[in-house]
Design a protein around this ligand. Structure first.
Ligand code: HEC
Ligand code: HEC
Length: 393
């Protein structure tokens, strides 16, 4: 239902106002108010249907403004945007004032985070690991981060932690402040958040300005801005900065290297063979016959047998199968079977026209209710049944 706005959401207020008006002047007949019509004001949604370009009414309002922009609501005020705009950019813009020590962070972490993220952020309880991972260095002292996994293919698969994976530390601050602890986010003050951030960075062995973060280390905005996480440049293509476009183009231009063009393979690749028509492909052959496999589902359909039931007419059976889903109530915008008023409106068009509409479809009503197996005669019989059902009430 994309491109459509459900009426009760977009025009709820309008609809309520209008039905109140209807009550006060007690108009019995359906009222057309501008682009919509009230058909059944006792319905849960006020019975509002919307006029279509083709003159029909439907339960949904088309957003005809989609090419001109959204036309409801109002522009957010500067203050409203400010209230939402609380993240800090990689360069530190947006970080609040405040400060906190590794030591305090340790206490807070133990009390509020360790139950899920494990002692020292080591994970293990099914929640994300926040420290460690793979920060091994090679013989040249280069951290073997995710970036270098391709170069150092034989090292253990890296764990994605804040230390090994996250590109920027300011995200750590805002993430903790806005999302953690899981059960009651936004409960930490900015200074407490600095403290926990400091603690996690320290446990990840991060140095700031060449200084190791010990217990007494106090983190604040200025210092956090200076943090460069090990995997900062490990993402490629680099989609940030002035060269982003070129980087992306270069990445895709060198398909063989960066994406693979059928020549790359993992370490245990088999010789594909077969290319010269003589060598047999050395892929592992399936050794078993599948004959002893019991199919999980029966291929025989156990539909309930069709019983001739004198009390239920063929038309009613067909109605139950193909139409009831939408017509039992008016919640789908269809005239509900049994709703005398709604059907009185429908029948104003005349029976032939109504049958025609049921066959051709109209508004939210698919042609033949979506069951193209029904013949025109059957549709006519069902509509007769629907109309008759109303008279009984
Ligand atoms: C009740 C369990 C629970 C507690 C307590 C908790 N967290 Fe989390 N934390 C989670 C879950 C679950 C996720 C993953 C959320 C997601 O991916 O949507 C997560 C994710 C994180 C992440 C992102 C990890 C990553 O690599 O994506 C950080 C950082 C984090 N938590 C820090 C903290 C801090 C700091 C505290 C204490 C103030 C804390 N958490 C308390 C459950 C918890
Ligand atoms: C997917 C939901 C849906 C199904 C299934 C469905 N209908 Fe409808 N039907 C509607 C809606 C919505 C309308 C109201 C259309 C409008 O007013 O624009 C409607 C309207 C009608 C009307 C009134 C037409 C008119 O001229 O106002 C008839 C008659 C009708 N349906 C018959 C049927 C029959 C017969 C079936 C089963 C074969 C069926 N419908 C199945 C949704 C459905």
């Amino acid at each position: 239902m994309f491109k459509l706005d459900h009426k009760s959401i977009t025009n709820g207020i309008k609809a309520i106002a209008t039905s109140a008006l209807l009550v006060s002047v007690s108009i019995a007949a359906p009222a057309t108010v501008g682009e919509y019509e009230i058909k059944n004001k006792t319905a849960i949604d006020g019975g509002v249907t919307y006029k279509r370009a083709n003159g029909n009414y439907a339960a949904y309002k088309y957003n005809e403004q989609s090419t001109k922009g959204v036309n409801f609501g109002r522009e957010a005020t500067a203050n409203e945007i400010k209230a939402w705009d609380v993240d800090a950019l990689p360069d530190g813009t947006g970080l609040p004032e405040g400060e906190g020590s590794v030591e305090l962070g340790d206490e807070l972490y133990e009390a509020q985070c360790a139950s899920c993220h494990g002692e020292f952020g080591a994970g293990g309880n099914g929640y994300p690991q926040l420290t460690g991972g793979n920060q091994d260095k090679d013989e040249n002292g280069i951290v073997i981060t995710l970036k270098n996994q391709r170069v150092y293919g034989s090292t253990d698969a890296p764990k994605r932690t804040v230390g090994t994976y996250w590109p920027v530390a300011t995200t750590l601050f805002t993430y903790i402040r806005d999302a953690m602890p899981y059960a009651h986010p936004k409960s930490l003050t900015n200074s407490e958040t600095y403290a926990i951030t400091a603690y996690l960075l320290a446990n990840n062995g991060i140095e700031i300005d060449g200084v190791e973060m010990d217990e007494e280390y106090v983190l604040n905005k200025e210092k956090l801005m200076k943090v460069t996480l090990p995997n900062r440049d490990g993402f490629y293509p680099n989609i940030d900065g002035p060269n982003a476009q070129e980087d992306i183009r270069a990445f895709f231009a060198d398909r063989a290297k960066n994406i693979g063009s059928g020549t790359r393979c993992m370490t245990d690749c088999k010789d594909p063979g077969g290319k010269d028509g003589k060598t047999e492909a050395s892929v592992v052959k399936i050794k078993y016959e599948m004959s002893d496999v019991v199919p999980p589902y029966s291929t025989v359909r156990d539909l309930p047998p069709v019983v001739e039931n004198k009390s239920v007419s063929k038309a009613e059976t067909l109605y139950n199968e193909s139409c009831k889903l939408c017509h039992a109530t008016d919640s789908m915008g269809a005239p509900a079977v049994g709703d005398t008023d709604a059907w009185a409106d429908v029948m104003e068009k005349g029976f032939a026209e109504v049958v025609h509409n049921a066959i051709q479809g109209m508004g939210g009503m698919p042609p033949k209710g979506g069951n193209m197996d029904l013949t025109n005669t059957e549709i006519k019989q069902i509509v007769e049944f629907m109309v008759d059902s109303n008279k009984k009430h």
